[in-house]
Design a protein around this ligand. Structure first.
Ligand code: SF4
Length: 716
């Protein structure tokens, strides 16, 4: 790769906790062709972590990696990918990545690092101090046993208020697979906290006084940033408001653009009324209010403001103030989070007094955030709560845990929708207490392995939303038909991809979306209306490929895939189009390496393909189609038995999904029978070494002599 002059901080920090050795490597030389983020993480795992390594083995590595655009002025740039052998993958741990926003990525870049590779295991609790070139492994015995909040506070007092701290709570310390690492109050990466705990690493504190150098023309850069701001919508790139207004040609009640003139951030001091032009770029932060989107009108009066990641005007982590929880539960009246983090407490309950948007629901959210974000418990995209619900209501739980333990749990409060229940159940799981706490802390796979519950009781149950390998669906057929299904087959955890659903759920009328689809994916047939699907076609396969490539690009550039890609916009004068080459324009200006859309997408494809190669290597088989790319049975059923391709059902058809997979593998250039990249694909993507490694292990098409191969050195 030609030497880059900007964007990258320049160094990757390597910390061996077993020996105490701290060293650096040149980022561009070693990882420049992977951009950073997940790309860097996958490369480290491929090069350095042998197949068969368990998540909590000292040989496993934990890669905190930002991207080349993190810490710059690009909107929504605060992402850090934390890649490792992921402990909640069932039945066998495989590569996975948790992603966090907040301020950590930018601070790390300002300290001079694009990533940190954590190796080995400390012989006592430690935390990592990073202040520019001064890096120290410090004693954390006084912090061990404390929650994320206290650990963050103490480290901040030691380092200074301008540091960012990524810490684990008690769940991570106790090696719960369902544990997070979190920074900046509410920005967490799920599933990786236990790996950090297994290394005896309580936290990383980082402070930097440097800057990210932009190699290209500064006025061009500023122009591009302004343009990017102009094509932003609200959270999840919803580009039309949810309310009718003379200011807008279209509106859509499903949009997350809920900031309507007349609404107030009622708990701000003094309260702030939303007024004026909803398209004003200085008012972008008014558009999103996650609390109001999920919890309804009541949340407006409790809203203080939005909070969020570096350089992001969307601010999707709503800060809410609910004085009643201080009096009732003795917890802080302020809380903040977005999406499943915000709803952590509410999601435990089937019913709540006052309904799912009432005051009790809001209080349940406050209690849930207070506990989970401090103890460091992950919800696996809401699967934890659905698992408990199913175990309890199906009567399974009674048969799986002892009667004393069962009787010790306040089920009356659970049934009554009393948030007080959360003070029992959340610490029970985070601290792995009793049989129930231990099994739920393992993730859904624990229920199958430890209690002998067949996986099919989850895959057949639509209400479980379970997909495969211990994880739920993430924007699948309910949002995007076959495209959503394909995307949900590709990862070892929930897919965490928003590229596809951010487009189909952007709120624009279908006719406008189809016009944009023609330009971007070459055919209006690339999109359907959600819940009104047509049979599979090649354009949808192209869109699925594009979505996955863009997801990996964002996760490696340091951009937020909860917002991007920005291919639709609120701009009527542009026919509502965004810009499909925005990422490559920013990359070119930041690095000074002129790179067009196709060239950057090729890097995204390289990263995605390396993830595939790692999965093949660590599963020890190449027949991904049969063994990995699975679709749960509930996808093929409809409660009312409505046939597929009928308006109003998200039911898919088996033969059509088989065709969808054929078309997807074809457009990827993979072997269709196996669903595995060919030697030609690896070579085309600059991954010839990876292809050769897999070929030697008989894990490439044509080398397997059948559907499976073996992995020399694998521990099985
Ligand atoms: S949309 Fe939310 S998660 Fe994404 S960068 Fe902005 S504040 Fe962070």
């Amino acid at each position: 790769m030609a030497a880059a002059t900007g964007g990258f901080a320049g160094k990757v920090l390597r910390v061996d906790l077993s020996t105490g050795k701290i060293s650096t490597q040149d980022t561009v030389e070693k990882y420049g062709d992977m951009l950073g983020g997940t790309g860097m993480g996958y490369r480290v795992l491929w090069d350095e972590v042998p197949a068969g390594t368990g998540p909590f083995d000292p040989a496993n590595k934990l890669v905190f990696a930002t991207g080349v655009l993190a810490g710059t002025g690009v909107p929504c740039n605060g992402r850090t990918a934390v890649t490792t052998i992921f402990p909640t993958v069932w039945p066998k741990a495989l590569v996975g990545s948790g992603h966090m926003g907040g301020q950590f990525a930018a601070k790390l870049k300002y300290a001079g690092y694009d990533g940190i590779i954590i190796e080995g295991r400390a012989d006592r609790p430690v935390w990592l101090f990073i202040r520019n070139s001064r890096v120290e492994i410090r004693d954390a015995s006084r912090l061990w046993g404390s929650g994320i909040r206290r650990a963050t506070l103490e480290i901040s007092q030691e380092m200074g208020a301008d540091c960012a701290v990524a810490a684990i709570g008690q769940a991570g310390e106790k090696l719960a697979p369902m544990a997070i690492v979190a920074n900046s109050v509410s920005h967490s990466a799920g599933g990786v906290g236990g790996v950090m705990g297994s290394k005896n690493l309580k936290a990383i504190g980082v402070q930097g006084s440097g800057a990210v150098h932009i190699a290209g023309d500064k006025s061009e850069w500023e122009k591009l940033v302004k343009f990017h701001l102009s094509i932003l919508g609200a959270n999840n790139q919803h580009v039309v408001p949810s309310f009718p207004t003379p200011q807008s040609e279209y509106y859509n009640p499903g949009s997350r653009w809920v900031g309507e003139p007349g609404k107030r951030w009622g708990a701000a001091e003094p309260p702030i009324e939303i007024t004026g032009n909803i398209y004003d770029l200085n008012r972008i932060a008014f558009r999103t209010n996650s609390a109001a989107f999920f919890l309804g009108d009541n949340a407006w009066k409790h809203t203080v403001r939005g909070n969020g990641c570096t350089a992001c005007p969307i601010r999707c982590h709503t800060i809410v103030k609910v004085p009643s929880v201080a009096a009732k539960y003795g917890i802080k009246e302020m809380g903040q989070n977005t999406c499943t983090g915000l709803l952590f407490g509410r999601s435990f309950f089937k019913k709540l007094p006052g309904g799912l948007k009432g005051q009790t629901a809001l209080e349940a959210c406050m209690v849930g955030m207070h506990l989970a974000d401090d103890l460091g418990l992950w919800c696996n995209y809401g699967q934890l709560q659905r698992d408990l619900m199913k175990l309890y209501h199906d009567g399974l739980l009674k048969t799986k845990i002892g009667s004393d333990e069962y009787a010790s749990i306040p089920w009356d409060k659970y049934e009554a929708g009393d948030p007080d229940f959360l003070f029992d159940i959340i610490p029970r799981i985070a601290e792995r207490k009793g049989e129930l706490g231990h099994v739920l802390s393992l993730g859904t796979g624990g229920i199958f392995s430890k209690w002998g519950v067949p996986e099919e009781s989850w895959t057949k149950d639509h209400a479980s939303l379970y997909w495969k390998m211990g994880h739920p669906k993430h924007h699948a057929n309910e949002d995007d038909g076959q495209c959503g299904v394909i995307i949900n087959t590709q990862y070892n955890r929930d897919s965490q991809c928003h590229s596809h659903c951010n487009f189909v759920r952007n709120g624009l009328p279908l006719a406008v979306q189809k016009k944009l689809a023609e330009d971007i994916w070459g055919s209006a047939d690339a999109v359907d209306a959600a819940g009104n699907y047509t049979p599979m076609n090649a354009a949808k396969a192209r869109r699925a490929r594009w979505s996955l490539v863009r997801k990996e690009l964002h996760d490696s550039l340091g951009l937020c895939n909860w917002m991007g890609p920005w291919v639709a916009s609120p701009l009527k004068e542009r026919g509502y189009s965004g810009d499909d080459s925005l990422e490559s324009k920013f990359y070119s200006l930041a690095t000074g390496r002129k790179t067009d859309r196709a060239e950057l997408d090729l890097i995204g494809e390289r990263i995605f393909t390396l993830h595939r190669a790692l999965t093949i290597r660590d599963m020890g088989r190449a027949d991904m189609r049969a063994a990995h790319d699975l679709v749960p049975e509930w996808v093929y059923h409809d409660k009312g038995d409505t046939p597929p391709f009928t308006k109003g059902t998200i039911r898919m058809e088996q033969a059509d999904i088989a065709r969808a997979m054929d078309l997807f593998y074809e457009v990827m250039g993979w072997d269709k029978a196996l669903g595995a990249p060919t030697m030609e694909s690896y070579a085309r993507l600059g991954l010839a070494d990876v292809g050769k490694g897999l070929q030697a292990a008989k894990l490439t098409p044509g080398s397997t002599g059948g559907s499976t191969g073996g992995t020399p050195g694998s521990k099985g």
